[in-house]
Design a protein around this ligand. Structure first.
Ligand code: 6PG
Length: 260
């Protein structure tokens, strides 16, 4: 597995571990191996591994790898608890469903312990309130603030506009502090795009994670990745707001996503 010295290209803040891989297959191997280690540590110390997944296309190759014979036997699936970082407000069998994508590529093929999907078929606010209660039950120790709801890992992607989860540039949801889960609409600047409503975890929850694993792959992300890893002060892109208070943040990117 060849990796590249990231510091020759970008100078992100020192708390961000950046790893650049020759191709997406090498990235997936490293991401899978990282999840194996995190899972073993979480089960050993806390009895379960609690991970929140993103949707979109980037994680698809990783999910398929985890379900494959190369990796499936490295995990104690019965002790793995799956959650979602965000969801489109559609039924689980809808092509746009983040749960549906994870189910088709991973969860239908492994004996996962517990699966807590965001019920996209509900009215957005109701789905958000229901999921916030689930996070309190599964991660909280009473009536915990969002910043106390600690996942072992949150697996994040980045859109070509620098969004992550369903937190879009300039959106008011970026400043949410009181709620752990809220409804959102995709923005392009001040313009709300005519797309599905979404339900998303908020930054306090994402930044409470023990590990924020950001995966970015493909040439279409070059511009956003360059901006995200170069201009950090003040953070202009939602993905730059992923700065866990106590946990680690690891960026895994492939060479195709790096400017030549
Ligand atoms: C979503 C995702 C979103 C995703 C980025 C990147 O529901 O859309 O959770 O945050 O990670 O949009 O998507 P791609 O991996 O498809 O580029």
């Amino acid at each position: 597995m060849q990796t590249y010295n990231a510091q020759d290209i970008w100078m992100p803040p020192s708390d961000i571990r950046l790893r650049i891989f020759s191709d997406s297959a090498a990235l997936v191997r490293c991401a899978a191996s990282t999840l194996v280690s995190q899972c073993e540590e979480a089960i050993r110390h806390r009895g379960a591994f609690k991970i929140a997944l993103s949707g979109g296309q980037t994680p698809l190759e990783l999910f398929e790898a985890l379900a494959s014979n190369d990796w499936r036997n490295h995990f104690d699936w019965s002790r793995m608890h799956f959650f979602w970082i965000d969801e489109r407000c559609v039924p689980p069998d809808h092509p746009a469903s983040n749960f549906g994508m994870a189910h088709r590529t991973l969860l239908a093929h492994v004996p996962a312990g517990r699966v807590f999907r965001i019920r996209g078929e509900l009215e957005p606010t109701q789905a958000a309130e229901e999921y916030a209660a689930i996070l309190q039950t599964e991660l909280g120790k009473g009536d915990d603030a969002p910043s106390k709801l600690t996942f072992d890992c949150v697996l994040l992607g980045m859109g070509t506009d620098g969004h992550t989860a369903s937190l879009f540039p300039g959106a008011p949801q970026l400043e949410e502090k009181r709620h752990s889960v809220i409804s959102a609409l995709r923005h392009d600047g001040d313009v709300v795009l005519p797309e599905h409503h979404r339900v998303t975890l908020t930054l306090p929850v994402l930044n409470a994670a023990r590990c924020c694993l950001v995966v970015v792959a493909g040439a279409k992300k070059r511009e956003a990745l360059h901006r995200a890893l170069t201009f950090f002060s003040p953070p202009e892109l939602p993905i730059q707001r992923i700065r866990p208070s106590e946990g680690e943040v690891i960026w895994m990117v492939d060479k195709a996503a790096c400017l030549p």
